[in-house]
Design a protein around this ligand. Structure first.
Ligand SMILES: NC(=O)C1=CN([C@@H]2O[C@H](COP(=O)(O)OP(=O)(O)OC[C@H]3O[C@@H](n4cnc5c(N)ncnc54)[C@H](O)[C@@H]3O)[C@@H](O)[C@H]2O)C=CC1
Ligand SMILES: NCC(=O)COP(=O)(O)O
Length: 334
């Protein structure tokens, strides 16, 4: 099997440190062979473990036992942890591009994307809301047909809208958008997790899921018709439920994924329960793409305190999803 490509994210963030630490724990966590893609100086600045440059993913497996294999993408400047620069943002983007291309060509089993700063990318002209939409575009998939899933050991959530202002959410959600995301969710749970009949639970937008229209009509006008349409298609869609009572342990037993209407509705419960092991997985792609759920954490970069747990989980889940696809569908892209 091909090795997994791990882009390091912003060179001044914690991506390089957590990737080095993840390599150090590779046998403890039973990780598939992987190689880093990014600036060699960013790793040297924070980690004193062994690193070996490679020229192609083919070399990664033989290097993996003795050193972290690194496919270099030079930022062209000395990296200072915690001090992001435009060159660093460009390097993060070039690393992402290269790693995604390797997954698309099959040279990498999957891509695990390290944390980038969205505002720093926007500053250098990045026109996508995040890495999720960038990867979708590179794979030739419309962003309407993918879903961002956050996954932890006891909860999976999907934000139906992602990186947009909160005030825009009620205006942008539609029956079609919700149905498209739910289809990507259902198919994604089958092919990546082997769940034969996924149970989808929808959160309402308003307090108490609108209280029968008294506290808002989005549940009646948008969510209920979308859920009815999905049920007609044979998808086990339930709700809308009051969001405040969807995430306690007994409620979580009743569904395989919670579909939420905005970013924080999905990410607060996930990060509260599973910050150190939460994985961001893009559903609907012909490649496997995961990422740790956290960001660049510039303020702790260089202090050797970053927890690699979410990156370990992202690499494990990427390998698991790739295996599930090959097992059930014969290939990753099918
Ligand atoms: N996967 C990605 O590329 C993501 C990128 N971001 C980006 O990250 C930047 C910073 O975002 P924030 O909201 O501050 O979130 P953040 O996740 O970078 O930091 C939030 C808090 O958690 C701590 N933290 C994060 N990861 C940690 C780790 N592995 N070990 C120990 N402590 C950790 C940080 O020190 C901080 O106190 C933003 O520019 C945002 O765009 C945010 C989330 C995901
Ligand atoms: N909050 C989740 C997040 O920012 C991940 O975004 P993406 O860059 O993976 O699309």
């Amino acid at each position: 099997m091909a090795p997994i490509a791990v882009s390091l994210g912003d060179p001044a963030g914690i991506g390089p440190e957590i990737t080095g630490k993840t390599w150090a724990g590779r046998y403890d966590y039973g990780l598939n062979p992987f190689f880093a893609v990014g600036d060699p100086g960013s790793i040297r600045a924070i980690w004193d473990g062994p690193v070996e440059k490679i020229e192609s993913p083919d070399e990664a497996e033989s290097v993996f036992s003795r050193a972290l294999p690194l496919l270099p993408v030079e930022s062209g400047e000395a990296v200072t942890p915690g001090q992001p620069t435009p060159e660093g943002a460009r390097c993060a983007l070039d690393s992402l591009e290269l790693a995604v291309g390797l997954a698309r060509s099959g040279a990498a089993l999957a891509v695990v994307t390290g944390p980038v700063s969205k505002s720093r990318l926007y500053d250098i002209g990045f026109s996508h809301p995040g890495q999720t939409e960038f990867v979708a575009e590179r794979c030739g998939v419309s962003r309407d047909n993918i879903a961002m899933m956050l996954a932890g050991p006891s909860l999976r959530t999907i934000p139906i809208t992602t990186h947009i202002p909160l005030r825009d959410v009620p205006d942008i959600i539609s029956i079609e958008m919700i149905a498209n995301k739910a289809r990507a969710a259902a198919r994604g749970l089958i092919r990546n997790f082997g769940i034969a009949s996924p149970r989808l639970a929808f959160a309402g937008l308003n307090p108490h899921a609108g209280e029968f229209g008294a506290l808002g009509r989005e549940e009646i006008d948008i969510l209920e018709p979308a859920i009815a349409q999905l049920r007609e298609e044979g998808i086990d869609a339930q709700g809308p439920f009051a969001a405040d009572t969807m995430f306690h342990p007994a409620a979580r037993e009743k569904y395989d994924v919670a579909l939420c209407l905005y970013h924080d509705q999905a990410l607060i419960p996930l990060k509260t329960l599973h910050f150190d092991e939460g994985v961001n997985l893009t559903l609907g792609l012909p490649i496997v793409r995961t990422s740790p759920d956290h960001g660049t954490a510039f303020e702790i970069a260089g202090s050797n305190t970053a927890n690699p747990g979410a990156t370990i989980a992202a690499i494990s889940l990427a390998a698991y999803c790739a295996e599930q696809r090959i097992l059930h569908e014969g290939s990753i892209a099918a």
